[in-house]
Structures are given as structure tokens and as C-alpha cells.
Design a protein around this ligand. Structure first.
Ligand code: ZN
Length: 244
């Protein structure tokens, strides 16, 4: 089985389309939340993801606030402005659909589970070893995929935590050893923050037991122009070009 892993699209249709075509044929798509917020195409992104065959989708914090099922108190000024714009832009049908997206963690099969922030709390970030240790204690599968930070990261546990170099570059292949547990963030499709502006996504091949984090270029200028035209803060357009 080949799984495509998509997280933090953030209403960036150009990045999503580039990711889907770079991934090619897959057996299943795993969508790890934050479909909307920051970007200018919330409805088009939701429509595209709703139309995917064999997709498992969980919500992110921006989806909850955008759909009106959680208040905006935890958001900074920029995120707050963008999510208010998003909430007013969503069609009633898409808002209703978004409000009903399930929370993580969700077990996909015997190998994989997915969450937005962490397996113990969908809104909590996993940044460092300490966060990762806390998360691994509650995982129910050998491979736990997460998002939320917009920064690709990989942790391996084999009795103890073994550091793995952060997934960087166009293609980072991680072989999955039997008996070890993994926590992996394949990065953000629509708003990367590791200094690489290319869309980030993952491909899991269960036959060869390997997970690959990939980067693909997309029409950044097109996505930026839509953000400016929508009247969203220009910094949200600028950050796409630098991946921060
Ligand atoms: Zn996000």
C-alpha cells in the first residue's frame, strides 16, 4: 500500500495541486488537518479534499476555529485576522462539512496512526525530544504521523529515543525497522516553516516499510497574488516565498 500524507494545506490550492500530482497514484490519502486558515482558497481546497477517493481526514486547530466550533483565543494576531476572513469566506455547506471533521488521533491500520498536534492532545505541538517522549508513551501504532508545527521532523524509539536528522531536501527516505516506534512530521503542504518554500508531503510504502518526505515546487507567486487580492495581510504572502 502507498499512502500519501498531507498536512497543513492552509487554503493553498496551488501547493495542494502540485503535491497531488507529484504523489501520483496512491492507495489512500491521509490528511492531518489545517485545511484552511492563512491562504486565500479555503473553499477550493475543501472541495478538492472532499473529492479525494479513499481519504482519511482529521481536523486541525484552524479548521475548528474557521468552522466556528472553537473560539479564537489561542490564535495570534495574524492567524486571528486570517481565520475571521476564512470563516466569512466559507460556503455554508463547506462550513458544515468542516465542523464535522473528526479529531485525531485516528488509527489507520496496524502500522499507522495520525494526529494533528500530538496523540495526547490534538492542539499540542511536538517540537523537541521531551515532547516526543511524552507523545510516544501514548501512541498505539509503530508509526505516528503528526503535523501542526509546519516543520518536518522524525523521532525513532528503540527502547530509548534515537535522534534522526531532520528530514530536509527534495527527498528524505526513512526506512522503518521492525520493533522500533516512530513519530514523524512530513511538513506542511501550504505554509512550510523550515526555510524551504517548497510544499512538503510524505509517501509511505508499507511493502518496503519506508517513509519518504518529499518537496515539490509550486506556483508560489499565484498563491501570493490571491492572498493580496483577498485583502489578507501581505506578510502571509511574503512568508510563502521564504518558507517561514
Ligand atoms: Zn497549521
Amino acid at each position: 500500500m502507498r499512502y500519501l500524507i498531507v498536512s497543513d494545506v492552509h487554503a493553498n490550492l496551488e501547493a495542494l495541486e502540485a503535491t497531488l500530482s507529484a504523489a501520483g497514484e496512491v492507495d489512500r490519502v491521509l490528511v492531518l488537518g489545517d485545511l484552511v486558515g492563512y491562504g486565500a482558497d479555503p473553499n477550493a481546497v475543501i472541495d478538492r479534499i472532499r473529492g479525494l477517493e479513499r481519504a482519511t481526514i482529521i481536523r486541525g486547530n484552524h479548521d475548528k476555529v474557521g468552522a466556528g466550533i472553537e473560539n479564537v483565543d489561542s490564535f495570534n494576531h495574524l492567524a486571528r485576522y486570517a481565520i475571521a476572513w476564512t470563516a466569512s469566506a466559507l460556503t455554508p455547506d463547506n462550513r458544515e462539512w468542516l465542523a464535522a471533521v473528526q479529531p485525531g488521533p485516528v488509527a489507520i491500520d496496524d502500522l499507522v496512526e495520525i494526529c494533528h498536534g500530538s496523540p495526547f492532545d490534538e492542539d499540542v505541538y511536538i517540537f523537541d525530544d521531551l515532547d516526543a517522549r511524552r507523545a510516544i508513551n501514548v501512541t498505539t501504532r509503530p508509526l505516528c504521523l503528526f503535523g501542526h508545527t509546519h516543520v518536518p521532523a522524525a523521532f525513532r524509539f528503540d527502547g530509548d529515543l534515537k535522534p534522526i536528522g531532520p528530514p530536509r531536501g527534495a527527498r528524505f527516505r526513512l526506512p522503518l525497522d521492525d520493533g522500533a516506534k516512530y513519530l514523524v512530521n512530513c511538513g506542511a503542504v501550504g505554509q512550510p516553516r523550515d526555510g524551504d518554500p517548497r510544499a512538503a508531503f510524505g509517501l509511505l510504502d508499507t511493502e518496503s516499510s519506508s517513509l519518504t518526505v518529499l518537496r515539490v515546487t509550486y506556483d508560489v507567486a499565484g498563491a501570493q497574488q490571491k492572498i493580496v487580492d483577498a485583502g489578507l495581510p501581505e506578510v502571509l504572502a511574503q512568508r510563502l516565498a521564504i518558507g517561514r
